[in-house]
Design a protein around this ligand. Structure first.
Ligand SMILES: [Zn+2]
Length: 377
């Protein structure tokens, strides 16, 4: 049983006080080195992989029979070391404890979650339970910018894993995340023809008017029954009040709850040019649904039941929720690997200055996840 909150807090202070903005690679590497050392100390094979042309530091730590040529992991523990806060943020607001909360950049999203992983594995090691397990820890360094360089690596580990636990923050009230929407962005550009708005209106083709027709059509994609939303969020067009505009552009944020909606939405956008209303106008669409939804499956449901039961044994009422935001769990779930997210510390206000975690959740989450691992293996 874990009861070393003081040790956890010391580690917490160390890693929160390292600036690790997605664009500050030396800071991300420093965080990775911290974990490499600690995982190595308990027998993991831990290495830092530098992903992509940008050489983004990512940590891979492997334990157990999965270490061989053809690894199969009982569990993948997934998290990210980067934060949304720029270099210099730590100097402005260092890790601190105020009342029953811990504060600081990335405390909730998600340095607390990374430490849950470490302390769970240290606890299991101490208890002798780790030796029966095969585990791969994967911490990437570019989640907040879309995991562009680490996505393939994350997917390749998930393919070799029976289950994935993602340590993004747990929601207040011990609510884990069992569903996340997928989505993508589209840009619709219309080309018309310029003309004097007063003298020669019949010679022009109004790109803004054409786009207006298309915006109404896009808006009709919204369907609360299937959980799909398509929101036109940015519109530009026109330059001077007396000139018919020849260009207009709209940006659209699309979210889907069900994977089959990807086809319907992408087909709609890909055929938009055929549905132009003004003769002579041209419509060009860019974009795709590049993040699949994290859907609940019978396998992830069964996994949740085990987690809820272990919570109950500890006197904690654990439940799960669906959310709109994406995480790397979307990519692992899309491969069919049962994925549960929100297994980090309980906290809120991610990406904001008033981000916090509840100190009381430290021993609870470490013990809960340790017990779940023991129940599974
Ligand atoms: Zn996060």
């Amino acid at each position: 049983m874990f009861s070393h909150t003081d040790k956890f807090l010391k580690d917490f202070q160390t890693i929160v006080n390292i600036d690790s903005s997605s664009d500050h690679l030396p800071g991300i590497e420093q965080v990775a080195r911290f974990f490499q050392k600690r995982f190595s100390d308990i027998g993991f094979t831990a290495k830092i992989l530098f992903q992509g042309d940008a050489k983004v530091p990512c940590l891979q730590a492997v334990f157990g029979p999965g270490n061989g040529d053809n690894p199969k992991y009982d569990l993948m523990f997934l998290g990210h070391m980067d934060t949304v806060f720029p270099f210099g943020e730590v100097e402005k607001r260092q890790f601190s404890i105020q009342g029953d909360k811990a504060l600081g950049p990335g405390v909730c999203d998600m340095k607390g979650g990374l430490l849950v992983v470490l302390h769970v594995l240290e606890t299991l090691k101490k208890e002798g339970a780790l030796d029966k397990m095969s585990i791969c820890v994967a911490f990437n360094g570019d989640e907040e910018t879309g995991s562009k360089t680490s996505k393939e690596w994350i997917q390749s580990v998930a393919e070799k894993s029976r289950r994935v636990f993602v340590f993004e923050p747990c929601r207040p009230g011990y609510k884990m995340v069992s569903q996340r929407k997928g989505g993508g962005w589209f840009q619709v550009s219309v080309t018309g023809k310029e003309a004097h708005a007063g003298a020669d209106p019949e010679k022009g083709i109004n790109a803004v008017v054409e786009l207006a027709h298309q915006i109404i059509a896009i808006d009709a994609l919204n369907d609360s029954a299937t959980g799909t939303s398509a929101q036109v969020t940015v519109v530009t067009g026109g330059d001077k009040v007396n000139i018919i505009p020849n260009k207009a552009v709209a940006s659209v944020d699309v979210r889907i709850e069900k994977l089959e909606e990807k086809q319907r939405v992408e087909t709609f956008f890909n055929t938009l040019c055929e549905r132009r209303v003004l003769p002579g106008s041209k419509i060009c669409v860019q974009g795709k649904i590049d993040r699949p939804p994290l859907e609940i499956t019978p396998q992830s449901r069964a996994l949740l039941d085990i987690i809820f039961l272990e919570g109950k044994k500890m006197g904690i009422d654990v439940s799960s929720i669906a959310t709109g935001g994406c995480s790397d769990g979307n990519f692992t779930a899309a491969l069919g690997t049962p994925t549960i997210d929100g297994m980090g510390l309980v906290g809120a206000n991610s990406h904001r200055q008033d981000e916090y975690v509840e100190l009381a959740s430290i021993p609870i989450m470490v013990n809960l996840i340790s017990n779940v691992c023991k129940a599974l293996i």
